[in-house]
Ligand binder design. Structure first.
Ligand SMILES: Nc1ncnc2c1ncn2[C@@H]1O[C@H](COP(=O)(O)OP(=O)(O)OP(=O)(O)O)[C@@H](O)[C@H]1O
Ligand SMILES: [Mg+2]
Length: 579
């Protein structure tokens, strides 16, 4: 994925803030209040000293406490309004970004998903958005408030004595240089740190998914080491970020000390020579000293901002991935098709190696075609193309004479049911898993589908029947049971075209028989493309198509193909004769 530039990301982030401009505006107004309160307190030092102490106007003393408390109430109230509105705005922006990112991730094509690490994507959606969230609010609050305060205080300083103020502000621009240098380092290291968090999530996700393999091979220590090493790498990156962050404040203070030193030296001289009053000097010094607070905060904010840009880069990298498979502008909604399937001279490759070479196949509505061939021949690829996980490089695929690219992905999904080796079940009730493709189906319909899939009996035996919650990989069910649930799901989905990628792993005979019966119910009245590994499935097909190296090499019935003594004969001798 290629990195977007900060300058490009900023307007895109800003676009997310647009719906919340009202909140931001309220916060802006309130921050004017906070800034005004700060500037006022600096300004008040002058009359305090000049009128009360120097001119001995003691009657004013009693007003001082009221003024201080009143000012603090005003500042507190303003600060509350400012923070609350800006932080909720930040939170809402981040919510929107996270929702969009998730939606975009789901839209990205199989090609993208097979290339990228799941853990890394999860980490971008959770951790990077989180980090953006944490800093977005801080950045917005502090930038606005501290900038106002700074402008106010600078104004006050110049108003009081522009000559003295100019001395102080000669050094101000100097501090910008180290701040930007440190900021850039922080952004780079943060991005690397977030990558490291992505790796950690990946390791975590893989090891939890593959816990069975880990336990079977006893590789817990290796996995532990992998995790610890990555965690340590993260610490080392973070340590650099912390170093730069901790450096920035002392650095600024060091530079600032020159300004303060110059002001006091020159200022005291001007008081002594009677050009300004004592009160003016104190008021001015207060303004300048107070000024370093917002300045330091702004630099800290810059650090936080750079950090969030590191995360934003990772977020926009995903946004910049364009889905390869999308609905064409004029894509048509189609209802139920009859189920004719045509592959017209299809060429396809995942990379450089051609995988399908001039592949031609027609299936009539209701026909059952068994696709056989050696491993790597391209059988699963044919199924993936029919599901439009990928588009052909050349040639076309049609259902009922309609090019797959001319109908919407939603209508295609409605017309195709896919049952493959990956018997993926969601962490949900059995009922909801069966209803997955058609949530509006009634319980009766779901039960009927389960009955046809020969799953009804074992479901009833579960502690809560159809309401039993099963694990995300259906861990509490046997392999055959999981397959039958997937078949029930496909039956209920009720699509005219069915793609079956048969499991190669043998089930025990009883399960096997039930899965076979369930499958033959499922195949009834549907155009079926079955990638067959079992002799029984092959024999039951209307036609057998033999693939090798991305093209069809033989076609016919079992008997005809055996007589040809070609690829099928060889496959038969190797795999099926014993059955
Ligand atoms: N996502 C992918 N990215 C890159 N190459 C792939 C991908 N999927 C499959 N291939 C390659 O494409 C070729 C055809 O793979 P395919 O999965 O279609 O074979 P198959 O006939 O289903 O094999 P099997 O019987 O072992 O399941 C193989 O050489 C494989 O390495
Ligand atoms: Mg395959």
């Amino acid at each position: 994925m290629s990195s977007p530039k900060v300058a490009d990301m900023f307007p895109r982030l800003l676009a997310y803030a647009r719906p919340y401009y009202a909140r931001i505006a309220i916060s802006l107004i309130a921050s004017l209040g906070v800034a005004a309160a700060d500037v006022t307190s600096a300004k008040l030092i002058q009359p305090l000293i000049d009128y009360i102490i120097v001119d001995k106007n003691y009657s004013l003393v009693n007003f001082v406490p009221f003024f201080i408390v009143g000012l603090s109430i005003f500042k507190g109230g303003s600060k509350f309004i400012q923070e609350y509105f800006i932080k909720t705005a930040g939170q809402l922006v981040v919510q929107d970004i996270r929702n969009d990112l998730y939606r975009h991730t789901l839209r990205l094509s199989m090609g993208f998903h097979s290339r990228s690490k799941a853990g890394n994507l999860i980490s971008r959606i959770l951790n990077d958005v989180q980090s953006l969230q944490r800093s977005a609010a801080d950045v917005m609050v502090d930038t606005i408030r501290e900038s106002f305060t700074m402008v106010g205080l600078i104004g006050l300083a110049f108003y009081t004595d522009w000559r003295l103020a100019s001395v102080a502000f000669v050094v101000l621009p100097l501090s910008v240089v180290p701040a930007t240098l440190l900021g850039r380092r922080i952004r780079e290291k943060t991005k690397r740190g977030q990558q490291s968090i992505g790796e950690l999530t990946s390791v975590l996700q893989e090891s939890i998914n593959g816990i069975k393999v880990i336990k079977a091979f006893g590789t817990e220590p290796d996995e532990n080491k992998k995790f610890r090493d990555e965690n340590w790498r993260y610490y080392k990156l973070l340590r650099k970020v912390l170093k730069y962050e901790s450096l920035s404040s002392p650095f600024i203070e060091f530079i600032a000390s020159f300004g303060v030193a110059a002001v006091f030296w020159y200022g005291l001289n001007r008081v002594i020579s009677g050009q300004i009053t004592q009160g003016e000097l104190f008021s001015l010094s207060a303004a300048i000293l107070m000024l370093y607070v917002p300045m330091k905060r702004l630099i800290r904010v810059n650090n936080v901002f750079q950090k969030s840009m590191g995360s934003a880069e990772r977020i926009f990298e995903v946004f910049d991935e364009k889905p390869e498979i999308t609905d064409r502008q004029d894509a048509a909604e189609v209802d139920k098709v009859r189920g004719e399937v045509q592959f017209n001279n299809v060429f396809f490759s995942y990379g450089d190696e051609p995988v399908l070479n001039d592949f031609v196949l027609t299936a009539n509505p209701g026909e059952k075609i068994a696709l056989v061939g050696p491993s790597g021949a391209g059988k699963t690829t044919v199924a993936s193309l029919l599901s439009r996980f990928y588009d052909p490089i050349d040639g076309s695929i049609m259902i009922d004479g309609l090019d797959l690219r001319s109908i919407t992905l939603q209508s295609l999904a409605k017309n195709i049911a896919l049952v493959d080796q990956e018997t993926f079940l969601f962490h949900d009730t059995i009922l909801n898993n069966i209803r997955y493709g058609r949530p509006e189906a009634s319980r009766e319909e779901a039960e009927e589908a389960a009955r046809q899939a020969y799953a009804h009996e074992f479901i009833e035996q579960q502690p809560e029947g159809f309401e039993t919650v099963i694990g995300d990989r259906g861990l509490r069910l046997s392999g055959g049971q999981r397959q039958r649930l997937c078949i029930a799901r496909a039956i209920l989905h009720d699509a005219p075209i069915l793609i079956l990628d048969e499991a190669t792993s043998a089930l025990d005979t009883e399960s096997e028989v039930m899965v076979q019966m369930a499958l033959s119910n499922l195949m009834e009245n549907r155009t079926t493309l079955v990638i067959a590994h079992r002799l029984s499935t092959i024999m039951n097909a209307d036609r057998i198509v033999v693939m090798d190296q991305g093209r069809i090499v033989e076609e016919g019935t079992h008997r005809e193909l055996l007589e040809q003594s070609g690829v099928y004969r060889k496959l038969y001798d190797m795999q099926f004769r014993d059955e």
